[in-house]
Design a protein around this ligand. Structure first.
Ligand code: NDP
Ligand code: OXD
Length: 308
């Protein structure tokens, strides 16, 4: 039985050493090495080559090295092969921290204070308590719910929107398309942590921004293709959105002349909101392989029809 790993070399070497010690029955190869292709059961990658099955005829599972699996085109996933995404504490906590940092920055008017500093201006603005700041999280899954828990702990009024109703202490659950408008109307800071699917592509657009309270903040750490850039620029211009923190764009990176780079009301980070942590994720990978071997369901199994 073997695993082929096709992603960051540093993490790959760590995983290889760890697995050699903790699962000597599993051979892990770092791409382009594959060992005997007929022994390969598991492929771990961010992106997959389109001839996977002809290379590895006995492939059983494709593991995404990330939390998302939208980068795998369904056409390239061989019939009968499972796709599993990464759900691991290192990545989850890192995302909760990014969202918390961004929400606090917007709530506490940090963009404004940084601009004031450049002008040597010592000027205080009213600060509403966290309990009066309503944070709405689009996507209340693994990452969204982790962020919500930290924010409620800090006293923010949190709600989330998902397909199905959620039960999380102190977090108001809105669900389904019918409840989106009500959810948006009470989101002073909107956070997007949705997976990219045919239903969420382009969702962050003019219509959606218009339903937020005037002057709302936006934190986008889902996927670039969910955001309409022109519509965001227009909403920032009109003041409908006061400030945006954007971690994901389409394309990545943006071209040099793109207005997001220099916009005074936008912070841009280069898709670093979170990432898979080598130490914690290899344990999750091994646990999933053992589950698969024992015929138990794997954690993070993707429903390819649903798209996440
Ligand atoms: P999950 O699958 O755990 O959660 C997704 C959530 O979105 C679920 O609550 C789901 O609802 C909801 N959802 C999906 N489609 C819809 C829809 N059409 N309408 C309403 N709700 C919907 O994913 P994660 O929390 O683990 O990750 C979310 C995304 O974060 C990833 O897919 C990826 O795009 C992004 N990400 C970004 C990173 C970065 O560095 N910027 C790093 C890691 C991830 P329900 O629960 O009811 O099914
Ligand atoms: C992920 C990402 O999906 O880094 O893990 O975006």
């Amino acid at each position: 039985m073997s695993i082929v790993y096709h992603s960051s070399a540093v993490r790959g070497k760590f995983w290889q050493r760890w697995l050699a010690e903790n699962a000597p029955d599993l051979d892990m190869y770092l791409w382009p090495e594959t060992g005997d292709p007929t022994k390969v059961r598991y492929f771990v990658a961010w992106e997959i080559p389109d001839d996977l099955l002809s290379r590895f005829p006995h492939l059983e599972v494709i593991f995404s090295v990330g939390a998302g699996a939208d980068q795998f085109s369904a056409d390239h996933v061989p019939e009968g092969v499972s796709v599993v995404r990464m759900i691991e504490p290192g990545l989850t906590n890192h995302m909760a921290a990014y969202v918390t940092f961004s929400v606090i920055s917007l709530h506490r008017k940090m963009p404004r204070y940084l601009q004031q500093q450049q002008r040597k201006l010592w000027l205080k603005h009213n600060a509403v308590p966290a309990s009066q700041c309503r944070v709405g999280i689009l996507g209340l899954g693994n990452l969204g719910s982790a962020a919500a828990r930290v924010l409620t702990h800090l006293g923010y009024q949190c709600s989330g929107w998902s397909r199905n109703r959620k039960h999380i202490d102190d977090v108001t659950s809105y669900f389904g398309d019918d409840q989106l408008a009500a959810f948006l109307a009470q989101s002073d800071i909107l956070v997007c942590l949705l997976p990219l699917t045919h239903l969420t592509r382009g969702l962050l657009n003019r219509d959606l921004f218009a339903q937020l309270p005037r002057g709302a903040g936006l934190v986008h750490a889902g996927r670039g293709q969910q955001l309409n850039h022109e519509d965001l620029l227009e909403a920032l211009e009109s003041g409908q959105i006061s400030h945006a923190v954007i971690d994901v764009t389409d394309p990545e990176p943006l071209p040099e002349e793109h207005p997001f780079w220099t916009h005074p009301s936008l912070w841009l980070t280069p898709h670093i909101a979170s990432e898979t942590h080598a130490e914690s994720s290899v344990k999750v990978l091994l646990d999933n392989i053992r589950r698969h071997e024992q015929g138990r369901s794997m954690i993070g199994l993707i429903d390819m029809n649903r798209g996440y």
